[in-house]
Design a protein around this ligand. Structure first.
Ligand SMILES: Cc1cc2nc3c(=O)[nH]c(=O)nc-3n(C[C@H](O)[C@H](O)[C@H](O)COP(=O)(O)OP(=O)(O)OC[C@H]3O[C@@H](n4cnc5c(N)ncnc54)[C@H](O)[C@@H]3O)c2cc1C
Length: 504
């Protein structure tokens, strides 16, 4: 088998590259070692954002680039780009005075060239009380309101891949890139099916490595990554009612409370990480850190570990100075030619994935001399109105056999976790995800011909995954971290270390 371009990695960057290349008429193959979006791209804060924090650091070009992309993604994927207002409460004697933020958010709007998801404004302390009565108001000077977009990271990957496939890309999950040998006309590549262990070979003209935090593990790669971990908690919206997203800070650290249908998402941390890359988890320190800061802003909510329904943790693939603070590391992306015919594409963020892909494909087709058209990825991901894709959106679809059938038939789902975690987000959203998983397993089993043993093993894997993502909750509840006020717990030494920074 021969292809022009091999894309390694089925996260948002690889998906964007495959779509871009296929739309230009390039013969493209994408391989993902596990499920699509199972790396960082299903573990983000789900924001399309310019990066208001970088504005404070004076990184104007970075904010401008991401602001343009966030607005463009609204046209490309309107069903995955909902306007999200953010309230940033301000207080006396902090490093975030209201006047400074008011200027900042106005610049933020300007950088979107009048295309932002909404117009920024500022509120008095009384105004803040009316919109957000639960927030801490002593010493309040009011708030500023600015706009970003809310998305669904894994859906963005899947819909991008579906569009890539529609334009002719060959897309495979559970297929690992094992090795590549340089030939006179390109590369001879060995791939392995991670479900059966079977190997196969192919030849290709060029390779783009889009494996995120795994990039340095590929022999040809020239990337050095400093992974940092960020975690999110999901609580019931009734326990923390936020009509708009709320920015929670502790001096330079920035966290969010984000409304998500019946749930509220809280996050994130930003800590150096040197553990295994597959499936990082939230630990009791992460959980305590987030609850402590959220409780400072919403003391009456008094959230405890018992309120946490679900968690996820992700690793940022940052190309970084090993000595800098995690939250100071640039989110800029890098596209490097590591060897003739091999590009490493790393860093950046969800918001800029389309642009990263455009730049990477521009370089590759030029250097490889491929017959390719101009970039067309500002065209919509899905033909027709978003109403025609009820299974894809920022909130999970209702649980039904028809949706499961759609995921199996049209979206490469082969395992229970593929559907419960990434295609639907049901595991993070539903009140009784274990019961839902049993139904989904039966429906999948019928479609995929599972016998009783296979079905039990799928359920077993899902339960292990779920237990792992909830281990910190049980651990925190056991050590009564959640039962006592969290800042008290920290002072008493129950929570050993506060993470070093937090940001997107
Ligand atoms: C906590 C957190 C919050 C974030 N929040 C935001 C946000 O709100 N907005 C935003 O814009 N950005 C955000 N980001 C950043 C964004 O999520 C990432 O930049 C983006 O998802 C990275 O995508 P990727 O495709 O480079 O990597 P990944 O999604 O990790 O994809 C790489 C893929 O390569 C696969 N792979 C590895 N080795 C091989 C191999 N040998 N063969 C085949 N496949 C292989 C992996 O399995 C993986 O699926 C956040 C990041 C984190 C960690």
């Amino acid at each position: 088998m021969r292809t022009d371009l091999l894309v390694i990695g089925g996260g948002v960057v690889g998906a964007g590259i495959a779509r871009d290349a296929a739309m230009r008429g390039v013969n493209t193959l994408l391989v993902e070692q596990a499920d699509f979006a199972s790396g960082t791209s299903s573990r983000s804060s789900r924001l399309l954002h310019g990066g208001i924090r970088y504005l404070a650091q004076g990184k104007l070009p970075l904010v401008l680039e991401a602001s343009r992309e966030k607005c463009l993604l609204r046209q490309v994927s309107p069903h995955l780009a909902e306007p999200l207002p953010f309230l940033f409460p301000t207080y006396k004697r902090t490093m975030w005075p209201r006047w400074k933020l008011a200027v900042g958010v106005r610049i933020y709007d300007l950088l979107c060239g009048r295309q932002n998801f909404g117009r920024s404004s500022h509120l008095s302390a009384d105004g803040l009380r009316q919109v957000l009565p639960a927030v801490e108001l002593s010493d309040s000077t009011g708030a500023v309101r600015y706009f970003d977009g809310f998305t669904n990271d894994a859906r963005l990957v899947l819909d991008t891949l579906a569009s890539a496939a529609k334009h002719g890309a060959d897309i495979h999950n559970y297929t690992r890139f094992k090795a590549a040998v340089r030939t006179a006309t390109g590369w001879r590549v060995t791939l392995e099916c991670t479900r059966t262990g079977a190997s196969r070979e192919l030849t290709c003209t060029g390779i783009i490595n889009a494996t995120g935090v795994w990039s340095p593990q590929l022999a040809q790669s020239d990337v050095k990554i400093r992974p940092t971990k960020g975690v999110h908690l999901v609580v019931c919206r009734a326990r923390l009612e936020v009509p708009e997203a709320v920015v929670v800070t502790d001096d330079s650290r920035v966290l969010f409370a984000i409304p998500w249908g019946d749930r509220t998402i809280l996050g994130t941390t930003d800590t150096d990480y040197d553990g295994p890359l597959d499936d990082p988890a939230c630990d009791a320190n992460d959980l305590a850190y987030i609850l402590e800061h959220v409780n400072r802003y919403f003391p009456h909510a008094n959230l405890t570990a018992d309120d946490v329904l679900s968690t996820w943790a992700g690793l940022r693939p940052l190309v970084a100075d090993p000595n800098g603070k995690p939250s100071d590391i640039s989110r800029k992306h890098e596209i490097r030619i590591a060897q003739p015919g091999w590009w490493d594409v790393t860093g950046g963020k969800l918001t800029t994935y389309r642009l990263i892909a455009e730049q990477a494909v521009d370089r590759a087709v030029k250097k490889l001399g491929l017959d390719a058209g101009a970039c067309r990825t500002s065209e919509p991901l899905i033909d027709g109105a978003p109403a025609e894709v009820p299974y894809s959106g920022c909130r999970p679809p209702a649980l039904s056999k028809a949706v499961v059938e759609h995921f199996v038939r049209n979206e490469w789902a082969v395992h229970l976790t593929d559907i419960m975690i990434r295609r639907s987000s049901w595991t993070h959203y539903l009140e009784a995800p274990e019961e839902a998983a049993e139904k989904v397993a039966v429906w999948m089993g019928k479609l995929l011909g599972w016998d009783a043993e296979h079905l039990a093993s799928e359920l077993g894997h899902y339960q292990i995954w779920r237990a792992r993502s909830r281990a910190c909750i049980d651990q925190a509840a056991e050590s009564r971290i959640g039962g006592t006020p969290l800042h008290g717990a920290t002072q008493a030494g129950i929570v050993p270390a506060i993470p070093q920074g937090a940001s997107l």
